[in-house]
Ligand binder design. Structure first.
Ligand SMILES: Cc1ncc(COP(=O)(O)O)c(C=O)c1O
Length: 375
């Protein structure tokens, strides 16, 4: 079976984690987080990072963003409908109205023109995702946010290893996040995420929110004699053993990225001729090889296509159900009833196997079966 995805882990990482835990199972999260941030700088060329928090997931990071911005009832947040539910839940649970915007067919990224149409005086944030790690047009969104006096929050859950204008995804908006879920290029042992931000004022709120809503961190720094409840918050930190896993796995990131990008390019070069048959692919190249997708032409039965590949031992995957078409999306969302590109993509997308263990031979097998199918 050619698996759609295989998470990155090695037995040596596992034994290093277990050795570390057996020496000291309760070591300082703060020290380990600092050393992991240094690793991010070394291995991703992250340059200056204002603040980076390692949290239990990107979902947690998005929730912290919504709390830190004090988003509440009546506020509006613009986001793609073609995204994971976590992008929406974080803001819906604060009482915000979700304004779903459409995506561009060329990249499956949020379309600035559609976002502009959703902007209002109540807009508090624009939350683009970098689909498959291909950067959205951040400058365009920042210009729209400046007009609307709101902020850009980057959901860079797919974005590890990719850049926009030479700076890592996640570092551009008012706040940004990465996901280390096992489906991503780099995992923190199954799940995990991180939050980036620059503003010291927002940072004060964030460190309170992730400390159960207390000023415990200020207390630990010796700034106050005791700590107490001062905002809404929760337990959001990444568990120690996962942070240890991530700390070790980051070192392999350049290798993982290079391998995935090589495979991504091989897919594109081998399948490009199928555009004649009406298939389409990302029009932009990938810097992190997170997702390789094809869009089937109208009228092709996707279930039959995926079924025929499965019979050949090839696992494939569809992707998001448009949020604006779900019961929750209808309850919490506003905006056009139809988002044509989003709906078309959701019906026609097929994601192909792509992971660090996929061999060139396996990729050729996938390609040949797809080409045969469209002969
Ligand atoms: C765009 C997007 N945002 C958020 C998430 C949630 O990430 P996590 O599983 O780390 O909470 C995902 C998960 O796949 C995602 O694709």
């Amino acid at each position: 079976m050619i698996r759609y995805h295989v998470p990155y882990w090695t037995s040596s990482i596992m034994s290093e984690v277990s050795d570390q835990l057996s020496v000291n199972p309760f070591q300082s999260h703060e020290q380990l987080a600092k050393s992991t941030t240094e690793q991010f700088k070394d291995h991703f060329g992250y340059g200056e990072i204002g603040y980076q928090y390692f949290l239990s997931s990107a979902t947690a990071a998005l929730e912290v963003m919504a709390l830190a911005l004090e988003i509440g009832a009546g506020d509006e947040v613009i986001m793609p409908s073609f995204t994971h539910v976590s992008t929406a839940n974080a803001f819906a649970r604060r009482g915000a109205v979700l304004k779903f915007a459409d995506i561009e067919m060329e990249t499956l990224n949020l379309d600035p023109a559609s976002v502009e149409r959703q902007l209002s005086q109540r807009t508090k944030a624009i939350v683009p995702i970098h689909y498959g790690g291909i950067p959205v047009d951040l400058e365009a969104f920042q210009a729209i946010a400046d007009i609307g006096r709101c902020v850009v929050l980057e959901d860079a859950s797919h974005g590890i290893g990719a850049n926009y204008n030479g700076k890592a995804l996640g570092l551009h908006g008012e706040m940004g996040c990465l996901s280390f879920h096992q489906t991503k290029n780099l995992t923190a042992g199954g799940s995990g995420g991180c939050l980036f931000l620059n503003s010291p004022e927002l940072n004060q709120r964030v460190e309170t929110i992730i400390s159960h809503g207390t000023n415990r961190m200020a207390f630990l720094r010796g700034e106050i004699p005791k700590y107490e409840w001062c905002s809404l918050g929760s337990e959001y930190e990444m568990p120690l053993y996962q942070l240890l896993f991530l700390n070790r796995a980051v070192a392999k990131m350049e290798w993982i990225t290079k391998r995935r990008v090589k495979l991504w390019n091989l897919y594109l070069n081998s399948l490009r001729s199928l555009t004649e048959k009406g298939l389409s692919f990302s029009s932009r190249s990938s810097e992190n090889g997170h997702i390789f997708y094809l869009l089937l032409p109208g009228g092709v039965d996707r279930k039959a296509f995926m079924g025929s590949l499965l019979e050949e031992g090839i696992e494939t995957s569809t992707h998001y159900t448009p949020l604006h078409t779900t019961a929750m999306g209808i309850q919490y969302g506003r905006g056009p009833n139809r988002l044509y590109n989003t709906e078309t993509v959701s019906e026609r997308i097929v994601r192909l196997p792509l992971h660090h263990l996929l061999t060139e031979g396996e990729l050729e097998h996938v390609v040949s079966k797809i080409i045969d199918y469209f002969k």
